[in-house]
Write a protein that binds this ligand. Structure first.
Ligand SMILES: [Zn+2]
Ligand SMILES: [Zn+2]
Length: 144
């Protein structure tokens, strides 16, 4: 992949557009309760980016934020309620939901927070009990 490659996507109504440039630092699935409760879905497919690679290219005035903890600032469209991204300032990455970037090839590398799963996925990928060590987790693996 070229570093100049860009992918764009929008919220549910199209009022907000986000564009990412380059390659994600990581892609995978998060099974944590926070992702589940906020997304109203069983699993969150994530792509993690250098915050500098992520730009709101349309409708920035329609983006709202909610921050419950130091680790996550969740952003969505105030017109449709569609989710766009979560900033993780303490980890130095921004999660642009894979489903928001339809033309980005999604090649997941791992599952995180699998101890909280409600939807087991037997795809042979590594399953981390919580988070990688470098992100403050145990780095421990669990069975599918
Ligand atoms: Zn919208
Ligand atoms: Zn999560």
């Amino acid at each position: 992949m070229s570093d100049d490659q860009t992918h764009s996507g929008t919220c549910f109504c199209g009022a907000v557009e986000v564009t990412v440039t380059g390659s994600p630092a990581a892609m995978g699935y998060c099974h944590c309760t926070s992702c589940r409760e906020w997304s109203a879905g069983p699993v969150n497919a994530f792509s993690l980016w250098d915050p500098k690679a992520v730009k709101i290219t349309k409708g920035a005035d329609k983006v709202a934020s909610y921050q419950r903890s130091d680790t996550s600032i969740r952003k969505w469209c105030t017109v449709c309620g569609g989710h766009i991204l979560t900033e993780h300032p303490t980890w130095g990455v921004t999660d642009v939901y894979a489903a928001v970037l339809p033309d980005m090839p999604f090649t997941p590398g791992l599952h995180v927070n699998y101890q909280e799963t409600v939807l087991h996925i037997t795809d042979g990928l590594p399953k981390l009990k919580d988070m990688p060590k470098e992100m403050g987790g145990s780095g421990e693996m669990v069975a599918e």
